[in-house]
Write a protein that binds this ligand. Structure first.
Ligand SMILES: [Zn+2]
Length: 116
């Protein structure tokens, strides 16, 4: 399941404050035993939930299009994690460095200076 960021405004909201999941006409439940987010269902913050629910008879992309015409487009969600053009995070591990390098060398077979 996706975390509760509003499908329209991308705001991170807490479910106890009134936002909810809306199932649109293109909703397809996950098969039994599958883990993930069912297509055609999207989170909406308290501010946009009623407008989104009123459009639940449409597909999620049609509803998003209509909502964007009414409320405008919002900045995209910030990117989380490493992408193809991002540098890895530098960690300061102090006295554990020799143990970490040993584990990495055991796994990768590379020499310690490269791994550091
Ligand atoms: Zn919203």
């Amino acid at each position: 399941m996706k975390p509760p960021y509003c499908f329209l405004c991308h705001r991170d909201f807490h479910l106890d404050k009134g936002g909810d999941l809306v199932r649109f006409a293109d909703y397809v439940p996950l098969a039994e035993g599958m883990i993930g987010h069912p297509s055609g269902s999207e989170w909406f913050c308290p501010e946009h939930l009623s407008a989104a629910t009123a459009l639940a008879f449409k597909t999620s992309s049609e509803a998003l299009h209509d909502l964007q015409r009414e409320y405008g487009e919002f900045p995209p969600l910030p990117f989380f994690g490493l992408g193809p053009h991002r540098e890895p995070t530098v960690l300061f591990v102090g006295a554990l460095m020799h143990k970490i390098v040993g584990i990495v060398r055991k796994i990768t077979g590379r020499s310690p200076p490269k791994d550091k």
